[in-house]
Design a protein around this ligand. Structure first.
Ligand code: NZQ
Ligand code: ZN
Length: 385
């Protein structure tokens, strides 16, 4: 196992009715900015629960954070923050709202001239407003990690700082009951691919991380389809297991001390930045192609994945690996997400621009061995056609 340093400071408040605990978890003298998205929290009762819990607090609100949050939208929050001396941010929503709020929290105390530098030049921030969240969509892990992704003019780029890790995250599985099938499928697939990006590399004999990762994959394979099946879709245990799996998939634990890949995500971000495809749907298209093109570099782990996650033990190595890739695609299909570029109406003619964007964004040595050059990204995209 590789050396590592691991600390995750986010307090997880899990279970039904936990939104009420906001009243105690946010300092009573804080000036709170509640941030949210396009209004789903108003129709599913989450907003009312937050308002009730904050009855004794001074709070303001900023809405309209869109999926794949944009720099321009997020910058609009700065006026409210300054006018009202906001000193605490409560993000209520999915990964986009949490990510966007992380950027808002960083910009609020940023002393440089150009806030976009935090993302485009990876300028290290030294301060940020304290942030917490009520998560409404299990998927990204943003609720307890240090990362965020922001988009400006078609450029979708990540930044990361321990200063924007949420202080606490409320995970109430009941708030996920209002999700559409599309968002349920997207969420489970995003969490699945997060796990794969930290697992499907090469072995460093990290038994705990491997088995935790396999446990998360098995949980998502087992519970994901239940959240879409009419007879089990309202089961809070199913929702709770998916929610906790998604948090654990990207809270730093399974990625500590192991090589990581992230090729699928970086190629996926270009598909979203250029074509607006939902984040998880880019991953379900790209991952199977990465597994095929990077088969030699990932051989050992692919065989382990085939055996331990899919129970594939018969046949020669290549046929076991092919079967595991096929079963992964079948799982994605069950979660109702696309697995080919053609499923989202993209073709060979779209690949040049995507490769150009990857190059522009410095994504020229991706993967656990830094071996995924723009040419290999092209091969991956061609394989995904
Ligand atoms: O905006 P509202 O009205 O709230 O509606 C949202 C949005 O339209 C809706 N929604 C959320 N919770 C709901 C709900 N609808 C009904 N009931 C609920 N309980 O779902 C739609 C999608 O929301 P969004 O927040 O965009 O989805 P997700 O959580 O998948 O977040 C995706 C974003 O996170 C980034 C992605 O790139 C993308 O921008 N990621 C962040 C990561 C991180 N911080 O570590 C890692 C990920 O790999 C990912 O890149
Ligand atoms: Zn993701």
């Amino acid at each position: 196992m590789l050396n590592f340093s691991f600390q995750n400071t986010t307090r997880i408040q899990f279970g039904e009715g936990q939104i009420a605990s906001l009243s105690k978890q946010i300092p009573i003298d804080a000036k709170v900015l509640v941030t949210y998205g396009g209004g789903s929290i108003k129709s599913n009762g989450v907003y009312d629960q937050v308002v009730a819990a904050l009855a004794k607090h001074t709070w303001f609100e900023f809405s309209g954070i869109e999926p794949n949050p944009s720099y321009d939208t997020l910058m609009k929050a700065q006026d409210i923050i300054k006018e009202n001396n906001i000193d605490f941010i409560l993000a209520v929503g999915g990964g986009s709202v949490v990510d966007g709020s992380k950027f808002i929290a960083a910009v609020a105390l940023y002393e440089g001239e150009e806030p976009w530098d935090i993302v485009s030049k990876q300028v290290r921030i030294t301060k940020a407003l304290p942030l917490a969240c009520v998560l409404t969509l299990p998927a990204t892990g943003s609720e307890s990690n240090t990362g965020a992704v922001v988009t400006r003019n078609g450029n979708k780029l990540p930044f990361s700082s321990p200063l924007v890790r949420p202080i606490f995250a409320i995970l109430d599985p009941a708030v996920t009951l209002s999700l559409s099938d599309r968002q349920i499928g997207n969420g489970a697939v995003d969490a699945f691919v997060h796990t794969m990006e930290q697992y499907l590399t090469y072995s460093v004999n990290a038994k705990v991380q491997d088995r935790f990762a396999e446990g998360l994959l098995l949980t998502l394979i087992e519970e994901g389809p239940k959240a879409l099946a009419p007879e089990t879709s309202k089961d809070l245990e199913v929702r709770g297991n998916i929610m906790w799996a998604a948090t654990m998939a990207l809270n730093g634990l399974i990625g500590a001390g192991v090589p990581q890949d992230w090729t699928t995500h970086m190629i996926g971000h270009e598909l979203t930045g250029t074509h607006g495809i939902d984040h998880a749907r880019t991953l379900s298209i790209v991952l199977p192609a990465v597994m095929k093109i990077r088969k030699e570099a990932k051989r050992g782990k692919l065989l382990q994945y085939a055996e331990r996650v899919w129970n594939v033990t018969e046949g020669d190595e290549d046929s076991r690996i092919d079967r595991a890739i096929e079963l992964t695609e079948q799982f994605f299909e069950k979660m109702q997400v696309p697995t080919r570029l053609s499923h989202v109406d993209l073709g060979a003619g779209d690949i040049d621009l995507l490769v150009e964007k990857l190059t522009q964004h410095g994504m020229v040595k991706l993967g656990e061995h830094s071996a995924v050059t723009p040419d290999i990204s092209r091969e991956i995209l061609v394989t995904a056609l």
